[in-house]
Design a protein around this ligand. Sequence first.
Ligand SMILES: *Cc1c(COP(=O)(O)O)cnc(C)c1O
Length: 419
Amino acid sequence: MNTGIFTDYESNVRRYGLSFPTVFTKALGATVWDEAGKPFIDFLVGSGALNYGHNNPDIIAPAIEYLVGENILLSLDMYTVAKREFIEVFVDSILKPRGLSYKIQFPGPTGTNANEAALALARKYTGRSSVMAFTNAFHGMSLGSLAMSGSASTRELGGVARHDVIRVPYDGYPNKAFDSASYIDFVLGDPGSGIEKPAAIILETIQAEGGLNTASAAWLIEIQRICRKHDVLLIVDDIQAGSGRTGDFFSFEFAKLEPDIVCLSKSLSGSGSPFSIVLIRPEIDIWKPGEHSGTFRGNNLAFVTARAMCKMWSDGQFTAGVERTAAKLQRHLDHLVAKFPNCIEQKRGRGLMAGLKCRSQAVVGRVHDVAFENGLLIESSGPNRDVIKVLPPITITDDDLEHGIAILDHALKEQANAH
Ligand SMILES: *Cc1c(COP(=O)(O)O)cnc(C)c1O
């Protein structure tokens, strides 16, 4: 495989290229092919940015039609037909059926752009400077998001001061016996706690990069109650867990949350095209025109594909299929946990956002390598990189799912036998 050009010219910062040392060229659904024609089942899906599979025909067809029609591609935040049609479908197919009412901000196209906008708005609205962020949180790579990161190495990136973030323990941190919600409630109410009232609490309902730590519905509801009690905004970073990943469109539906602000990105375009939005409870939308901006707020091709994706959620057959696939994946993973107790400690996650916490980073490293050799793309997460992240497309066929699981099973078996 000719990878010399990458070695010679691409920065040392590259990572996935090193862990999957081949050159990819084509993709359809859950399968990616390299230049030599070798197929790989994709359980990585652009770190959750390709939930609907590669080149999903229901999503790509309208984009092709749009591209050949001399339609608007970039529009800053001007009004366009494509944006109007996206908003209409997002409101009708996603917000209204869930009883949610939000204004939509279009920030720059990446996840961290959405989080930075959410933080700026929360700070402006409350007049307070700090935010509460959780242990093992990951919110992106720009300064405001980095400050909220739980990972020491990530937080230190950039080399400038990180302040105005109060670190609080996530659900189950440091162990199940500790009631982190009560702790947060207490310190917010106690004038002696030394902790100032924050503008917002920002959370992921499942910490993707943090190791698939999974918040319970009861904990999430309690955090929302605490936010309201202390007049603090609740921001849900649904960048990776949202857009269908858990089997529902929003990852917080199972707990019936109504966050003040929600950030979406990654799979929001449905196609892998960069796109993000910030959902804002109408009373909080105190932005002045042009106060927050960004060149790529009007990626119209993403409006077109996102609209096609959102429409799918009005189709009962589609949602039932996602639910079935999520249940199947969970059964497969339960089976692997029972079969390989000396490799796997526990299953984590919800729906199609799943992880296997392994006994060591070394086990995960070898499983990754053997899986890759045998045609499966998976990645690891967590502060100790000892969690296998299992993120198949939510639209994966039964055959592809079983094939991917069989490769994972084989890779785990090699490790189990090596012990
Ligand atoms: C990926 C991710 C981000 C950052 O998104 P970018 O597009 O990489 O800026 C933020 N929050 C969560 C939970 C993510 O998974």
